[in-house]
Design a binder for this molecule. Structure first.
Ligand SMILES: [Zn+2]
Ligand SMILES: [Zn+2]
Length: 142
């Protein structure tokens, strides 16, 4: 009976070390870090794998890579703003389209920063973007 428990314990220990090896390969780019994590799991049975759980990077390399691509795609979207009238590429700070002179943004009344038509308030100086009918609300914001 004791032998069965021992064999089981050794199998579990090796399986844990193997799992640490596989998991660290997905989280570390550096082969030294992978070898180090696996060594910890081998040298300290059971506890080593537990220690690895605490020190491992919180995300997979593929996740980090995906997020990087997502950020790049978002940036490209911002860079690739288009004029609603003529579809030519316009900058995020353009007030009018340089190709067809369609109005794109209004300058802020206070700080002259270009404001997106959807914005209700200037993000740079917190002045209301559009003239507000009730003057009491305007004084409250500014
Ligand atoms: Zn245009
Ligand atoms: Zn402003």
């Amino acid at each position: 009976m004791l032998i069965i428990i021992q064999v089981f314990a050794v199998a579990l220990w090796l399986a844990l070390a193997y799992w640490v090896y596989q998991d660290s390969r997905r989280r570390f780019e550096n082969s030294g870090a992978i070898a180090g994590s696996t060594a910890i799991a081998l040298i300290i049975p059971f506890l080593g794998a537990l220690i690895y759980l605490f020190i491992r990077p919180p995300e997979y390399l593929t996740d980090a890579h995906d997020r990087e691509l997502e950020t790049l795609a978002l940036e490209a979207q911002v860079d690739g703003l288009k004029c609603p009238e003529c579809e030519s590429v316009v900058g995020p700070r353009f007030l009018v389209c340089p190709m067809c002179t369609a109005p794109l943004r209004e300058p802020c009344r206070r700080c002259s920063e270009p404001l997106d038509p959807a914005w209700r308030v200037c993000p740079y100086c917190s002045t209301p973007a559009h003239p507000i009918s009730s003057p009491s609300e305007e004084t409250r914001i500014s």
